[in-house]
Design a protein around this ligand. Structure first.
Ligand code: NAP
Length: 276
């Protein structure tokens, strides 16, 4: 950043840079053929929708799961249906050693890592006065530490390769205080990873992109609970939760060359929830 007009008038070496050699056709830009995408929380919900989107676009997928081993059979089905490579990996994301080891294993198995989607998350939705310290630590360990470990070790691979792309799943809870159930800890975890993502976009400017997705209510296990479903419909101008098929295009866009000039963004996809 220049402090004076005189400083700002001095050209930087090798600027402006050239755009990447990506295809001019937008459908070709959206192709994931030859690319390898790893996704956490990939057995179900938003993570599986992302895995499906990548496979449908021709990408190879590494499905990271924690407790839901349906990731194994779902990966096999994706491989068969789309002629891509898919493999499931059991990883507790709050275990830094396991995250680092698995990152290395994915690169060994697939030969490269183009995109990492740090999507796994959990919530124990309670007021802070009711929340135990263990519940607080659990949410921090999965939603913040887990994303940090994935970013750190994916970033090391990206730096070594000279290319890469991280996508973090945050939430509208990073933007607004959801009603009617108080969940301050979940909200703060999502705000933390949103700012981590923006910070990494700058840090990794020479070799990788990083963007954040902030979903509103989607029809998954972490979607609106019975306590807040009616309010979710009322607060959402579209009057419903999102279907996971409606988030696939956004992750594909961010993962692909179609978004090559996009980094540091936070894309809200919420049927209009944060508008009022
Ligand atoms: N649905 C919504 O309304 C909504 C809105 C905003 C943001 N989000 C965010 O979207 C992301 C995906 O959630 P979802 O809606 O798709 O719900 P989901 O189907 O319950 O997915 C959550 C995923 O996180 C994984 N996970 C939880 N704890 C983990 C741990 N310790 N280690 C590794 N993986 C772990 C789970 O894996 P296993 O099942 O294998 O244990 C699960 O696949 C989350 O980050 C969530 O906060 C969701």
């Amino acid at each position: 950043m220049s402090m004076t007009v005189e400083e700002a008038g001095v050209a930087r070496d090798s600027f402006p840079r050239q755009p990447p050699e990506t295809p001019p056709n937008v459908f070709e830009q959206l192709s994931m053929k030859g690319k390898v995408v790893a996704i956490t929380g990939a057995a179900d919900g938003i993570g599986y929708a992302v895995a499906e989107a990548m496979a449908e676009a021709g990408g190879d997928v590494a499905l990271w799961y924690n407790s839901n081993d349906a990731a194994i059979s779902k990966g096999e089905r994706l491989a068969k249906a789309h002629g891509i490579r898919a493999k499931a990996y059991k990883v507790e994301v709050s275990d830094s050693t396991k995250v680092e080891q698995t990152m290395g294993q994915v690169v060994q198995d697939f030969g490269r890592l183009d995109v990492f989607v740090a999507n796994a998350g959990m919530a124990i939705s309670k007021a802070i006065t009711e929340q135990t310290l263990d519940e607080y630590r659990k949410q921090m360990s999965v939603n913040v530490d887990g994303v940090f470990y994935c970013a750190k070790y994916a970033g090391a691979v990206f730096k070594q390769q000279g290319f890469g792309n991280l996508i973090i799943t945050s939430s509208i809870s990073a933007h607004v205080v959801n009603v009617p159930v108080d969940q301050p800890v979940y909200n703060m975890t999502k705000a933390a990873v949103l700012h981590l993502g923006k910070s990494l976009a700058r840090e990794w400017r020479e070799f990788a992109r990083c963007n954040v997705v902030s979903p509103g209510f989607f029809n998954t296990k972490m979607g609106a609970s019975p306590l807040c479903i009616n309010e979710a419909y009322r607060m959402t101008p579209q009057g419903r939760q999102g279907h996971t098929k409606e988030i696939k295009g956004l992750y594909l866009y961010l993962a692909s060359d179609a978004s090559s000039y996009q980094t540091g963004s936070d894309v809200v996809i919420d049927g209009g929830y944060v508008l009022p």
